[in-house]
Design a binder for this molecule. Structure first.
Ligand code: TLP
Length: 344
């Protein structure tokens, strides 16, 4: 049976070129700063994002956590979107590990947070309040339809942050999806951030890892934070090698995933059985609402599985489908038919 795995772009397996690069990687002990392949990936990543320095970490979650620990002190407050990955899917690590209080503000369907709301949430200097120290944005925004945030919006957030002496961190797990979708260099999207994390393990298809980018000072602090989080690795060049291939070979092709996501959204909309915010499909993530009152997302996902199509339930009547490297345009046609079958 044909299998179409749309649960996440995290399921992507390394390409042949990555496997060769991993097998041949020159390595050393990265805790001593002696892994040439890790060093090369960090240098490349910093250049691509227009930052002074970068740090290879095992996951996006750790990249975000190390960034928080490097920007904030215990008792600080951070402004985050209420739909952000950091707020919803990272076990409240800011509070649990960092003593950092999250102030969650409503995310709009396009992943932005209203600027007036941000401004109103910034704490005055008063001993009753925590100190606001950081604004966190997510680009693309996973739970907000994979929406890419524009350079203009990020600039406005930067200006607001500057007016109040705040830092800006971007969870750019899918920043290259954002860049490709908007036809701008990733560097332009990162320019207004003090720090940015991106993942090589999602649509770029490397098996493991994320990279945090920022100033030299910030990265030195993040390196300490990575150590206390247990994320300092040894001959990590074996995995960093795949990241180098990812940056060299896998960025432009993300446009195919975006085209497939659009195709999927339109195909499902045409069936009349699903609710989809078609105008918000700009990258590789499609949220699908199930119209039928008698069908829960759990039951629907199980039926789709019988057809070989894997998606994630994300609400009582909502599922998420993510296009990725192993999903072809033919798979999309097959998927639309499977959805029709599963809903009937
Ligand atoms: N997202 C995963 C799940 O955790 C939901 C997915 O399948 O989309 N930031 C963003 C925006 C993410 O989407 C993710 C992973 C992370 C951070 C965390 O990355 P990892 O899984 O490497 O810790």
């Amino acid at each position: 049976m044909r299998i179409v795995d749309l649960r996440s772009d995290t399921i992507t397996r390394p390409t042949e070129a990555m496997r060769v690069a991993m097998a041949e990687a020159e390595v050393g002990d990265d805790v001593f700063g002696e892994d040439p392949t890790v060093n090369k990936l960090e240098k490349m990543a910093a250049e691509r994002l227009g930052k002074e320095a970068a740090l290879f970490v095992p996951s996006g979650t750790m990249g975000n956590m190390a960034s928080l620990l490097s920007h904030c002190v215990r008792g600080d407050e951070i402004i985050v979107g209420d739909q952000s990955h950091m707020y919803i899917y990272e076990q409240g690590g800011s509070a649990a590990l960092g003593g950092i209080h999250p102030r969650a503000l409503r995310n709009e369907p396009d992943g932005t947070i209203d600027l007036d709301c941000i401004e109103a949430a910034i704490r005055p200097d008063d001993i009753h309040h925590p100190r606001t120290s950081l604004i966190v944005l997510e680009n693309t925004h996973n739970r907000c339809n994979g929406s890419p945030l524009s350079t203009a919006y990020m600039r406005r957030v930067r200006d607001l942050a500057d007016g109040h002496g705040l830092k800006v961190h971007v969870d750019g797990a899918r920043i290259f999806n954002s860049a490709v979708a908007q036809g701008v260099p990733a560097r332009e999207l990162a320019a207004t951030a003090d720090s940015i994390t991106f993942c090589i393990s999602k649509g770029l298809a490397a098996p493991v890892g994320s990279v945090v980018c920022g100033t030299r000072d910030f990265i030195a602090r993040a390196r300490r934070a990575r150590k206390v989080l247990g994320g300092a690795m040894r001959q990590a060049g074996v995995i960093a090698a795949a990241g180098i291939v990812a940056l060299n070979e896998m960025v432009e092709r993300l446009a195919e995933d975006h085209a497939n996501a659009k195709l999927l959204g339109e195909g499902l909309l045409n069936t009349g059985s699903f609710e989809i915010a078609r105008e918000l499909i700009k990258t590789n993530i499609v949220y699908v609402g199930i119209r039928s009152e008698d069908l829960t997302s759990q039951a629907f996902v199980a039926r789709l599985k019988d057809e070989g199509v894997f998606v994630l339930p994300v609400g009582p009547r909502q599922i998420r489908a993510v296009t990725q490297y192993h999903v072809t345009t033919e798979d999309i046609g097959y998927t639309v038919e499977a959805f029709k079958k599963a809903v009937s």
